[in-house]
Design a protein around this ligand. Structure first.
Ligand code: 5GP
Ligand code: ZN
Length: 114
């Protein structure tokens, strides 16, 4: 998708601090970390938000969580715990219209979020 910053990160037009990549997903450090460990996991396919996910995308979305678990272990936050979250739409606080999953850890995370 033209003009999508995360598609530009996928195709290398915008640099990122890459954490993990395979044929379905890309993970990179969030530019404004909200926790000591804060990475984003995104499908390489442009999907605008959770609202746009279809049955066809099931494999990709399930894969995101398998990769989240793997990255959490690699970052050493698996034992203390972590959070995976996707903000959707205005009330959800979504600022980039390419579906993404925040993996946050390294400190005690408040619940419920503000
Ligand atoms: P959202 O607010 O949509 O849930 O999350 C978007 C996230 O993307 C934010 O945490 C923001 O810091 C991050 N972000 C926005 N632009 C860039 C960028 O160009 N590079 C990286 N690495 N992260 C970005
Ligand atoms: Zn995109």
């Amino acid at each position: 998708m033209q003009d999508c910053i995360f598609c530009k990160i996928v195709n290398g037009e915008i640099p990122s601090e890459k954490i993990y990549e395979d044929d379905m997903v890309l993970s990179f450090k969030d530019i404004e970390p909200a926790a000591p460990a804060h990475v984003l996991i995104i499908p390489k396919k442009h999907i605008s938000s959770l609202n746009a996910v279809t049955e066809e995308d099931s494999k990709i979305i399930a894969h995101v969580f398998i990769i989240a678990k793997k990255i959490a272990k690699e970052l050493g936050i698996d034992k203390d715990g972590y959070r995976v979250v996707s903000n959707c739409g205005e009330n959800g606080g979504q600022s980039v219209p390419h579906v993404h999953f925040h993996l946050l850890g390294g400190r005690l995370l408040k619940w419920p979020p503000g």
